[in-house]
Design a protein around this ligand. Structure first.
Ligand code: PXL
Length: 278
């Protein structure tokens, strides 16, 4: 069985980060090991959340793994809180990178044109340096604009997206998958670029009339699970886009009391497994 290590926070309420990565990656038939970077009472869109930072646990945990000879087929980092945690991830990548494993970075730090609470432009620069060390990165439009200095717009033309992809990939990752791309009115999806082969890929579906928290983390989790299972990046991202859309569709049918509670991804897991049938 393939093994993925995912490094992100546990937000106890408000489905995102580890509370979606763990069930989704496991359901895909891939072993999920976790390195929790912080424990929060909720994600940071809820006011007054508590946070216990676990940065000082990262080194002892990974030292133990190194001594035990553990390896991972993929390492997936998501929401990180500080420059110190990013520096820890650089060391983790250096220690656990092999000739064949995959380093996957979701620079989860912004959306809808603005940074999440607690982040500043210095952090954006540090995240861009972490992206440089990855094989695959999955920024949304806002994150790609912030990391490349391109002014954010909700809608870019296809040519502008290709330019943004080239600039984002030039940070250093081999493959860049840009999420939340609307190439035409009423549609949304991803646009990807493989720097080594100079290959672009566009994929979009009907845009559903809602936005929920945690969908970026679901997209990344499916993408990494599929890559670990041997999918091409194009097929992995299309599977992730289809699953994310299905989660939103089901949530629209039975919405939570608050969109910050996230999507009904649990109900969509059979759909995901069905799409994965050979
Ligand atoms: O979904 C990204 C995310 C993860 N973890 C925490 C967050 C956010 C986004 O706001 O606050 C704690």
């Amino acid at each position: 069985m393939k093994r993925v290590l995912t490094v992100q926070d546990i937000s106890c309420v408000g489905k995102c980060s580890l509370t979606v990565a763990l069930p989704v990656i496991s359901a895909m038939g891939v072993e999920a090991s976790v390195l929790p970077t912080a424990v929060l009472s909720t994600h940071t869109m809820f006011p007054n959340c508590t946070c216990k930072d676990l940065t000082n646990q990262i080194e002892p945990i990974t030292n133990h793994w190194k001594q035990s000879g553990f390896t991972f087929d993929a390492i997936y980092t998501g929401y990180l809180r500080s420059a110190a945690q990013i520096a820890c991830m650089s060391r983790l990548f250096a220690e656990f990178r092999t000739e064949t494993n995959l380093i996957f970075v979701d620079p989860a730090m912004a959306d809808h044109g603005t940074l999440y609470r607690g982040f500043d432009m210095a952090f954006v620069g540090q995240m861009a340096e972490l992206c440089a060390q990855a094989d695959v990165i999955v920024p949304n439009l806002t994150e790609a604009c912030l990391m490349t200095g391109v002014p954010y717009q909700e809608h870019f033309t296809k040519e502008e997206i290709c330019g943004l992809l080239r600039k984002t990939a030039a940070l250093g990752a081999k493959t860049c998958i840009l999420t939340g791309v609307s190439p035409e009115e009423g549609r949304t999806g991803f646009a990807g670029y493989d720097r080594e082969h100079g290959e672009f890929c566009f994929y979009s579906r009907e845009k559903l009339p809602a936005s929920y928290h945690g969908t970026g983390d679901l997209f990344s989790s499916v993408c990494v699970g599929a890559l670990a299972r041997g999918y091409t990046w194009q097929d992995a991202a299309a599977l992730a886009a289809d699953f994310t859309a299905e989660c939103i569709r089901r949530t629209l049918r039975r919405p939570p009391d608050d969109p910050r509670r996230g999507v009904n991804f649990e109900e969509a897991i059979p759909y995901l497994l069905n799409l994965m049938q050979p």
